[in-house]
Design a protein around this ligand. Structure first.
Ligand code: BGC
Length: 424
């Protein structure tokens, strides 16, 4: 073949979302459409590779396999730039501080992670990436994994035996480094590491140790900073992009609002400020994706202005748009709504608002449901649960009658539509 017939070499761009469309997952789209969500059914959502079988297809929420998705993506692209968003989520000993998304690989099965999960994904991704320079593959790397090693280990009140095992055997760090290093070989794969959210790593006692851990993992071969495009925050969580009715420096009667129960001495109140600072502290591209699939908090309970200046708590609670009982609550939150629609470069320094957690897919079952997906029952998904140190012993705020994590949760989807903000 002459030089002219070779496909154009792939050029890594700074922000893959800029000037590109984003892949619409037909599986999610069909669920949304069938549940009265035609107003949003054409929105792009991420494809979750949440177990080995998801590569070939057939798992809940992911009936289409990766190769077929990429074929669809090439068609959707029609020769123009298109972002394909995938979440790689199958580390050994996955979800070490909770039960709802415990995975299929045991804590020591790092070789299976590499050989049976990352390598087969890499083979498929590699083929499509090379043949289709217009495809930009965004890889959201292993939700909650490194953040869990920071806050839920050692002698912390929130430590679990499972997280301590993973910290000690190093298999989260090795898995993330292998994932980033292997897939990042392709110039059109963009790796974003999951960095929790403001209500998790926003305290200075967590922030710097987390950034240090991220940088250590990123600089451990086969990973390297040039294979990292940035971080993703608020994935599958409910924290807002901003709190328009107060800012962290406000005081009431000389008291900092940081003293309020809601903020609880955190350095942040929202995912934009937290995300931008964390992205800047991590080696690599410095880009930021914020998952806005379920952080809209519209509907009748959304405050229209600041709370009363009677006390720090009344001021913060009266003004905050995030209506959760506590920022540590994460499962099927009652009252939540769809957030900002996916968009590129919504504000300075932000690569994209994206719907990474497909709205309408459950975070976990509200009671025990036997299953062959390795999923446990986490009481944070039970509406009657009174909490634990992770949410400072507050009620869970979860909706009842929820199916297993990843399964379609019709009632939640209806509520997300009703409470969307911006409204639909
Ligand atoms: C589940 C996955 C699912 C993902 C997206 C996770 O909580 O564990 O099975 O694919 O959510 O809905």
């Amino acid at each position: 073949a002459s030089a002219e017939e070779e496909p154009a070499p792939v050029q890594r761009v700074e922000n893959p979302y800029e000037g590109a469309d984003v892949y619409v997952n037909p599986d999610w789209s069909a669920n949304a459409e069938a549940s009265g969500g035609s107003a949003v059914a054409d929105q792009p959502t991420a494809v979750w590779l949440d177990r080995i079988a998801a590569i070939t297809g057939g798992s809940a929420g992911n009936s289409t396999g990766l190769e077929e998705h990429l074929q669809n993506a090439v068609e959707q692209a029609g020769g123009e730039p298109l972002v394909f968003q995938m979440v790689t989520y199958n580390l050994p000993g996955r979800d070490c501080s909770a039960l709802a998304s415990n995975g299929e690989l045991g804590p020591e099965e790092i070789d299976r992670y590499k050989n049976e999960f990352i390598d087969p994904i890499n083979e498929i991704v590699g083929k499509y990436a090379e043949e289709n320079p217009n495809l930009r593959i965004v890889n959201i790397v292993e939700i909650d994994s490194l953040p869990n090693l920071v806050t839920n280990t050692g002698s912390a009140e929130t430590a679990t035996e499972e997280c301590n095992t993973m910290l000690e055997n190093g298999n989260y760090q090795k898995g993330v480094s292998y994932n980033v290093g292997t897939l990042g070989e392709h110039e059109n794969v963009y790796n974003y590491l999951d960095a929790g959210h403001w209500g998790w790593l926003g305290w200075d006692t967590n922030f710097q140790p987390a950034a240090d851990l991220f940088n250590e993992v990123i600089s451990t071969a086969p990973a390297s900073p040039d294979k990292v495009a940035g971080i993703a925050v608020n994935v599958a969580n409910y924290g807002s992009i901003e709190e328009p009715n107060f800012s962290i420096d406000d005081t009431i009667d000389g008291k900092q609002i940081r003293e309020s129960k809601w903020i609880d001495w955190n350095q942040y109140t929202n995912n934009t400020d937290y995300g931008l600072d964390f992205a800047a502290a991590v080696d690599g591209g410095g880009g930021l994706i914020i998952d806005t699939s379920r952080n809209g908090w519209g509907g009748p309970d959304r405050p229209e202005g600041p709370g009363p200046e009677t006390s720090v708590d009344e001021y913060v609670d009266g003004g905050r748009i995030d209506q959760r009982i506590h920022t540590g609550n994460w499962c099927n939150q009652s009252g939540a709504g769809l957030g900002e629609r996916p968009q590129a470069s919504p504000a300075a320094g932000i690569h994209a608002y994206a719907w990474i957690k497909p709205p309408g897919e459950s975070d976990g079952s509200s009671e025990e449901i036997p299953n062959d997906e390795g999923k446990g029952f986490d009481r944070m998904c039970d509406p009657t649960y009174e909490g634990n140190p992770l949410n400072q012993n507050n009620p869970s705020g979860a909706l009842g009658n929820a199916p297993l994590s990843g399964h379609w949760f019709e009632a939640q989807f209806q509520e997300l539509l009703e409470n969307a903000h911006p409204p639909l």
